[in-house]
Ligand binder design. Structure first.
Ligand code: UDP
Length: 328
């Protein structure tokens, strides 16, 4: 039986991956400090409450579980916070990952799937963005993740670490069965906020800039359903277990949706008009981010199944309606 140690398994992407891992017949153990993760999202295996910044606890947990591989999701994700407090991000995201690697080494584990990000590319000079596009992040969040990619590559050549760094574009949507979904506090992502606009009378959804050089003036992003991300993680781990080559993989659809198209999809999902305001651009937003994901398709045999904008927004809206009602 394959056992996988999932840091951040109570978070948005981590919890959906746990569900996919369990469905593949793997044993899942979650390690999460529950600062940003949620106890009720940990449903597919035991939870060890612990911090990746606590090496003693992490080392002990890794030795006790003795997993076949680690999936490392635990990280801070707010770009704005990383600009205001870079130390926080370097500590959690870069040092935290270093601690995870140390703990793996101490327990003799040599396979890791790492949550990386399209933010490691910075402003794209080629769109769709291939994996060998220059990586020059424009915020500390992107740098904190890029440093981990560097560590993984160096550990692979020096120590024989096997890794897949999965560069997510815009993770979106919720579990197809409605069991789990996206819950961030505070929420900054476009689909949850557009859903909030449809669910609450006191919230107006704001489009951040409508004067970009795109088909309708609003930013284009490559939204990828979280269930498709989860299947990519499972395939990436399978690839490593089969002796496949380590490396980085973009995870996106190769297509983009504008913010206005997201708002239109929310209207279709909710069945009513969405109040929209146009606000100024948000600092650091490139007009268009689209992945070239041919490598994941070719090497991992991955094919997104749920990433039409309507399926993404429908599953997200259904989740937010249920979660809002349950939490008040
Ligand atoms: N966005 C928006 N209104 C919001 C939140 C986000 O117009 O209330 C825009 C944002 O400027 C970006 C896109 O939606 O162009 C996606 O933003 P998100 O924060 O979801 O993801 P990011 O691309 O920053 O990773």
């Amino acid at each position: 039986m394959t056992t996988i140690f999932v840091t951040g398994g109570g978070g948005y992407i981590g919890s959906h991956c746990c569900k996919a891992f369990a469905a593949a017949g793997w044993e899942v153990v979650v390690y999460d400090n529950l600062k940003h993760g949620w106890r009720d999202m940990v449903k597919w295996g035991p939870l060890i409450e612990g911090d990746i910044l606590d090496p003693d606890r992490l080392n002990a947990a890794m030795k006790e579980v003795k997993p076949d591989a680690v999936a490392h999701f635990a990280a801070l994700i707010s770009v704005a916070e990383s600009v205001a407090d870079p130390a926080l991000h370097y500590r959690n995201n870069s040092l935290g990952a270093f601690n995870v690697l140390e703990a793996m080494w101490g327990a003799g584990i040599d396979k890791i799937i790492f949550s990386s990000t399209a933010a490691t590319y910075g402003i794209p000079t080629i769109v769709p963005i291939p994996e060998d596009h220059p990586q020059w992040p424009i915020n500390p969040y992107g740098w904190s993740k890029l440093m981990v990619e560097r560590m993984l590559a160096d550990y692979a050549s020096a120590y024989g670490l096997n890794y897949a760094a999965l560069r997510y574009f815009n993770a979106a949507g919720a579990d197809i069965d409605g069991e789990i979904g996206e819950r961030h506090e505070p929420e900054t992502h476009v689909i949850p906020l557009a859903a909030r606009g449809a669910l609450r009378d006191d919230y107006a959804f704001t489009i951040f800039g409508d004067d970009f050089d795109t088909r309708d003036g609003t930013c284009v992003r490559d939204y990828i359903h979280v269930a498709d991300l989860a299947s990519a993680h499972q395939l990436a781990l399978q690839h490593l277990m089969n002796g496949g080559e380590s490396g980085a993989f973009n995870l996106g659809t190769g297509e983009g949706a504008t913010v206005k198209e997201i708002a239109d999809a929310i209207e279709r999902a909710s069945g009513k008009p969405l109040k929209r305001a146009i606000g100024p651009r948000r600092a650091g937003d490139p007009a268009t981010l689209i992945a070239l994901s041919d490598k994941a398709k070719r090497v991992l045999g991955w094919e997104p199944q749920h990433s039409s904008i309507d399926e993404i927004v429908r599953t997200a809206f259904a989740w937010h309606r249920k979660d809002d009602a349950a939490r008040g």
